[in-house]
Ligand binder design. Structure first.
Ligand SMILES: Cc1cc2nc3c(=O)[nH]c(=O)nc-3n(C[C@H](O)[C@H](O)[C@H](O)COP(=O)(O)OP(=O)(O)OC[C@H]3O[C@@H](n4cnc5c(N)ncnc54)[C@H](O)[C@@H]3O)c2cc1C
Length: 471
């Protein structure tokens, strides 16, 4: 079996690469055989792209977030490759136009979630609608997709050029697929506890897998690229995850009400400024990681009846289970102590100290209202309402891993670099497999960057296999 271009992974990056490569080859009268390899069956194809709502940082379809560069610098503490970020900024609006030309529709999502609402748009039908539109078009212009085909080793010729990839199929057969160029679009290593422990630490074994696609991401493609000399990039010790109800077995039982209440750990103590990181999009990853540092990786979101009068507060609750409810703080402490091992005395002291520290001021859930506490550590800097109106509620929550930050180093042409910053001939990468993020993830950027760099990889791979222009 032999192709010109083999794309590994059928998520946003892989399908964008496939469509763009096929379209570009056709427009330039170049004959290029393209195949997409996907490790799952048809029921699960598309990886994280299948499960994302795919929020994007746009004010509207024609205006991208003007603050992305600053946000990246701040969140990554100046570590992110700003050349890559500029590519995202410069291609953002065109990417939306391109998707619209393929039938994808967009909706404005700013303000859909309370907690001041950063600018957001997203595709109607989420990531699945996007990859389905791309797949339909790709197949109509001759791209083949091989399901149940897991790539596990790259093959190079004697001059160090890509000449194929070894795969296993669902019947356990091993074989080599010949290729002049390969696009790695296979995501990160969030489903691989050995790698999570290696890079994040031994406690990473306790991270909850975020969604059905998480375990699929075993990091084979990162490892096989490292084996042929690829350089790494991105923050291997950090990850993106969310705050989920530890009791629930439902699909992604998120609870993001933490900033309207307080968070206490099993010792009955607060451990962070619950509202210090702003909007739900900007804060949930930091909060999830902080919860993960607590005893048994658990915390309790403590709320009182006032939360139920916040309009649309349920947009921040996705668990199928009701909160643990009591008519007094004493009773809530009793239940949490009995069922979850909470230190009740500390808990009651913590709530009392917090209530005494709440300052007067107007509560407004639609802005960072500055309604704060005074004289306690950690402080609460916004949305500080006292917890004194029954019924009292608690959600026991933990942290998930949704995707990892560490990956391969590429240049802005999506070429995978070696340790001397030279491209490995014929090897391209796009999407989550590329290490771009450090420390904190600037929310609603990952799907878009997968599409943008997938397209760039597609064009450069075609040039490489037809003219070897890109080397
Ligand atoms: C629940 C959820 C919500 C999210 N929300 C947002 C959001 O609102 N905005 C945003 O920008 N981003 C969001 N993200 C992140 C975003 O979805 C991803 O960053 C993006 O979709 C990644 O695309 P990708 O193509 O790089 O990887 P994926 O979509 O994960 O695709 C990788 C593909 O490679 C396949 N694969 C893996 N290993 C192999 C192998 N060895 N051989 C063959 N195939 C292989 C996988 O099966 C998969 O199909 C979210 C992610 C999740 C899970």
């Amino acid at each position: 079996m032999k192709y010109d271009i083999v794309i590994i992974g059928s998520g946003a990056a892989g399908m964008a690469a496939a469509v763009t490569a096929a379209e570009y080859a056709r427009l330039n009268n170049k004959k290029v055989d393209i195949v997409v390899l996907e490790k799952t069956g048809e029921d699960m194809w598309g990886g994280n792209s299948r499960y994302t709502t795919a929020n994007m940082r746009f004010i509207d379809e024609e205006r991208f977030d003007p603050n992305l560069e600053e946000t990246f610098k701040k969140f990554s503490r100046e570590k992110a490759n700003m050349d890559h970020v500029k590519v995202i900024i410069n291609n953002a609006v065109d990417t939306i136009k391109w998707l619209k030309s393929l039938g994808v529709r967009f909706e404005n999502r700013t303000g859909r979630w309370i907690g001041y609402g950063l600018p957001r748009i997203g595709p109607v039908g989420g990531g699945l609608a996007v990859i389905s539109a791309l797949r339909k078009y790709a197949e109509s212009i001759g791209v083949q997709i091989l399901f149940n085909t897991t790539a596990w080793k790259l093959s190079l010729d004697d001059e160090g050029r890509i000449n194929g990839v070894f795969v296993r199929d669902d019947r356990g057969r091993n074989f080599k697929i010949g290729a002049k160029a390969i696009v790695l679009a296979c995501g990160g290593f969030e489903g691989n506890y050995e790698m999570l422990q290696r890079y994040i630490g031994r406690e990473a074994i306790n991270l909850v897998m975020d969604n059905p696609a998480t375990p699929i991401h075993q990091g084979e493609c990162i490892n096989m690229a490292l084996e042929v000399g690829a350089k790494t990039s991105g923050d291997f010790g950090n990850w993106h995850g969310s705050v989920q109800d530890v009791r629930s077995k439902a699909y992604r039982p998120r609870v993001d009400l933490y900033f309207f209440g307080i968070l206490v750990n099993k010792d009955g103590k607060r451990f962070m400024d619950e509202s210090g990181f702003g909007d739900v999009h900007d804060s949930f990853e930091v909060v999830a990681r902080k919860i993960f540092e607590q005893p048994d990786h658990i915390a309790f979101i403590i709320l009182d009846n006032k939360v139920t009068s916040i309009p649309n507060y349920k947009s921040l609750v996705h668990t199928d289970l009701p909160p643990i409810t009591a008519n007094s703080l004493e009773e809530l402490g009793e239940i949490l102590s009995r069922e979850w091992g909470l230190n009740k005395d500390n808990f009651l002291r913590t709530v009392k100290e917090y209530n005494n520290a709440v300052q007067p001021g107007e509560f407004d859930p639609t802005i960072l209202d500055g309604k704060h506490t005074k004289g306690i550590e950690p402080p609460k800097s916004n949305w500080a309402l006292s917890i004194d109106e029954p019924p009292f509620m608690a959600y026991p929550v933990t942290a998930t891993v949704q995707f990892t930050f560490g990956g391969l180093a590429t240049d802005i042409n999506a070429r995978v670099l070696d340790s001397n910053n030279k491209p490995i001939p014929g090897l391209y990468a796009a999407g989550e497999i590329v290490g771009l993020y450090y420390h904190r993830y600037p929310g609603a950027t990952s799907f878009l960057r997968a599409l943008i760099f997938g397209r760039i990889a597609g064009i450069n791979a075609v040039d490489y296999v037809t003219e070897e222009k890109s080397m």
